[in-house]
Design a protein around this ligand. Structure first.
Ligand code: ATP
Length: 550
């Protein structure tokens, strides 16, 4: 097998489009920046991820394990609305503080998140072009005078970055030329970027990564999407917001859940759904979108037990992502440094994945935060409704043997996952190129995540084979159809049909051939090895049950 380990994001994005995983939203109108739609295979992939989260976090939390208190972990779901009372977002701090520093390019007018500018520069085509010119000049020991080096060769760079600051700025040019004179080896991209502007100070600012123009000073930009409720259209009195996270819906319903169900602290409330953030620079495919889905759990516990619960959830969440196929060095659990923590948090960890566009670095899939009693206290203060909890299992033991009880505001551990980022990590992890195969692109999804669970093929579309295939397909569909597609296809050569299934990530293909009609066996083809074996027609269902885990 000759697999390539470096994965190209371009190849992944192209396969996602070609095979119906992810499409640009509103594509026939030219697309809309920061929004993506899922095609048939992508929608099912995401559903499998959401279902696995729901099953392993709410229905059978932590696979039936006991928590640090020795009891089984207990969780219940809610489904709360995208639009909440505007005061919710004042209490949560989103209206006042949910800001990213933003810069505008004075030339091309693009808005950019200040902390993304260095990364965007590293990816910028004109910087790569400049590095090429500079590198060649250095290699050929060309004596560069004045601003000569900055005259783009071949016109490409000039077209890409017509407003390049250094192209117009004589002082910056002289600085670069001086630096290039010292260089005798091809100059690294990073070095060019460093020379162009290694700080964002007033004297030496970063240029615009898109056109090379001058950027404004960073200023705060609120990420909340405002909207207006009702017919008056008054932006002041009727303003509301699309939620930037699903978590606040949980805190707001905490009292109702406690009062109307039999939950007792410690317990969790889970919520999944769409969130919106007006990201300044949406990028990296679906990784940073303006509309995305979250799966969040708020786990309420006694303050004294909260550190143990924090460690418990942090470790379980890492194990969970591994269990659905994100393994090896590409997945890490990163504990935040003290200076990264929010003022109310005593511990936060991120589960991070090495995406092709972050490599060798990592990007966050989920944050697990110890939030203390911050959110309930804030909502108690802003709403004027008591949100403490009366724990009848705590306090002094009374003469009759019962407990006196203790009143407290529970502490909260929040594992907050992103389902779109999760699906993107599954796609990147699954993508494999194997040049020794007739069709080299294979999506090696974990069977639980695979959108197509199995395919049934008649080897040829005659001689009684289609009828047997049809019957097996119907049987498998009844048993596994709730968890994904069961495909059947009689067109094209069997090799082409296998290749199509490899690209879609279908783990098992069953083929009905001449031998099936005589001895009631079928071939099973394994996606990952390409190997085949024969099993009884009546064993196919059990074979899949043992491997799919659904
Ligand atoms: P980032 O630092 O990447 O902006 P965050 O720390 O603000 O993310 P949280 O508020 O902790 O993110 O949200 C929980 C999860 O929601 C994230 O781990 C991520 O998976 C997902 N998420 C957040 N913002 C986006 C986005 N713009 N697009 C897609 N998913 C997102």
């Amino acid at each position: 097998m000759s697999e390539t380990s470096v994965k190209s994001m371009e190849a992944i994005v192209s396969l996602c489009k070609r095979r119906g995983f992810i499409y640009p939203a509103s594509e026939i109108y030219g697309g809309i920046n920061g929004f993506w739609d899922y095609g048939p295979l992508g929608a099912q992939l995401k559903k499998n991820l959401r279902d696995a989260w729901w099953q392993d976090m709410i229905m059978n939390p932590c696979w039936g394990r006991s928590g640090p208190d020795g009891d089984r972990v207990r969780c219940v779901p809610v489904e709360t609305r995208i639009i909440q009372h505007p005061r919710v977002w004042e209490a949560s701090g989103h209206v006042g503080g949910f800001n990213d520093p933003m810069q505008t390019c004075k030339q091309c007018k693009k808005l950019l998140r200040a902390d993304h500018v260095p990364d965007l520069l590293a990816e910028s085509e004109w910087v790569a072009s400049l590095a090429g010119v500079a590198g060649r000049a250095a290699q050929e020991q060309v004596l560069i005078e004045g601003t000569e080096v900055l005259k783009w060769t071949g016109g490409k760079g000039k077209k890409l970055a017509a407003n390049l600051a250094i192209y117009r700025d004589a002082e910056a040019s002289v600085r670069i030329v001086a630096k290039l004179r010292e260089t005798t080896t091809p100059i690294a991209l990073a070095e060019v970027i460093r020379i162009i502007g290694n700080t964002s100070s007033a004297e030496n600012p970063w240029p615009c990564p898109i056109c090379g123009g001058e950027l404004t000073e960073p200023r705060p930009f609120n990420l909340m999407f405002p909207t207006v409720i009702g017919a008056t259209g008054d932006w002041e009195s009727d303003r509301a917001y699309l939620r930037p996270e699903t978590a606040q819906g949980i805190f707001v319903q905490f009292k109702n859940v406690v009062d109307t169900t039999r939950v007792k602290v410690p317990f969790g409330i889970g919520n999944t759904g769409t969130s919106f953030r007006n990201e300044v620079t949406p990028r990296n495919f679906t990784f940073r979108s303006r509309e995305f889905e979250q799966a969040e759990l708020e786990f309420f516990c006694h303050p004294e037990e909260s550190q143990e619960w924090y460690r418990f959830w942090r470790d379980f969440r890492m194990e969970w992502w591994q269990s659905i196929g994100l393994r090896g060095d590409n997945l890490i659990l990163r504990e935040h440094e003290k200076d990264e923590l929010s003022h109310y948090s005593t511990g936060t960890s991120d589960v991070e994945y090495r995406f092709p566009f972050t490599a060798p670095g990592f990007g966050e899939l989920e944050g697990i935060a110890h939030r203390g009693c911050f959110d309930l206290t804030q909502h108690q203060q802003f709403s004027g409704t008591k949100l403490d909890y009366f724990d009848t299992d705590r306090g002094e033991t009374l003469p009759n043997g019962s407990k006196k009880g203790e009143r407290y505001i529970p502490h909260v551990i929040e594992p907050a996952a992103g389902l779109d980022r999760g699906a993107l990590a599954l796609l990147c992890e699954a993508y494999t190129r194997d040049e020794s195969r007739p069709s080299p692109e294979i999506m090696r999804f974990h069977p639980r995540m695979a959108p197509i669970k199995a395919a049934v093929f008649p080897l040829v579309n005659k001689d009684g084979m289609p009828e047997v295939a049809e019957k097996l397909h119907a049987e498998l569909f009844r048993r596994f159809g709730h968890a994904g597609f069961i495909e059947t296809d009689a067109k094209q050569s069997i090799g082409k049909r296998y290749a199509r299934m490899d690209e879609a990530g279908c783990p098992y293909c069953f083929t009905i051939d001449g031998q099936t009609l005589t001895d009631q066996t079928v071939t099973v083809r394994d996606r990952d090895t390409g190997g085949q074996e024969r099993i009884g027609l009546d064993k196919v269902k059990t074979y899949l049950e043992e491997r799919l885990g659904v």
